[in-house]
Design a protein around this ligand. Structure first.
Ligand code: ITT
Length: 206
């Protein structure tokens, strides 16, 4: 079978690794943005995860002229009225690290009791075709709560402070395959996978 090309359009290495893992045995030749040295970054000017994922998928598909998948994601914390939300990557100062952002979050939640530390990760995954037209949109959510301190070194971003519902450990303490079973990104990708199987005429092995 001919394997179709797809660009996984993200500059976030943790997200790239997870998306590549989620592709599993789908019949695609995957490239990331490092294969396109002259690619221009696409500003995320949208107000929602779906808008931003669409802007990225369209913008990178138009530049590469290859089928493109983009994810926009973030953490919505109830005690902060949904912040940092779509601004999760820009929550701390310019040039901040993942640990700067988690520190800022923990400071914002200092004194907030366990029962009020509820939060959810949200992911929107959008596919744009070779002409830069959106052909699929999927979303996924993972509920949980914010820990009192960062624990664990696997994953990326806010993983060391996020304890998913039904678990006693943070995403940062979990093996990637456990996170990939329950995460917001894997929930969104389940629908994306079905779409890509239809697109390529392949069906799930039983
Ligand atoms: P691209 O736009 O290039 O994909 P980005 O890091 O800017 O990379 P987003 O705009 O979607 O991506 O921002 C997502 C933010 O939410 C970023 O700060 C991540 O660390 C965080 N985030 C998203 N999914 C996460 C996950 O599974 N675990 C931990 N943090 C996550």
């Amino acid at each position: 079978m001919n394997r179709r090309s797809i660009v996984v359009a993200t500059h976030n290495k943790g997200k790239l690794r997870e998306l590549c893992e989620l592709f599993g045995d789908l019949p695609f030749v995957i490239s990331d943005l490092s294969a396109f040295p002259s690619i221009q970054p696409i500003p995320e000017t949208g107000k929602t995860f779906i808008e931003n994922a669409s802007i990225k998928a369209i913008g990178y598909a138009k530049q590469t002229q290859i089928l493109t998948v983009a994810d926009d994601s973030g953490l919505e914390v109830d005690a902060l009225d949904g912040a940092p939300g779509v601004l999760s990557a820009r929550y701390a100062h310019e040039g901040a690290s993942d640990s700067d952002r988690t520190s800022k979050l923990l400071t914002a939640l200092s004194g907030v009791p366990v029962v009020e530390r509820t939060a959810r990760f949200v992911s929107a995954i959008v596919i744009a075709n070779e002409m830069g037209r959106v052909i699929n949109i999927s979303t996924g959510t993972c509920r949980g709560r914010i820990a009192r301190k960062p624990i664990g070194e696997t994953g990326f971003g806010y993983d060391p402070v996020f304890i998913p519902e039904g678990f006693a450990h943070t995403f940062g303490e979990m093996q990637p395959e456990v996170k990939n079973r329950i995460s917001h990104r894997s929930q969104a990708f389940a629908a994306t996978r079905e779409f890509l199987r239809t697109l390529t005429g392949t069906s799930e092995a039983r």
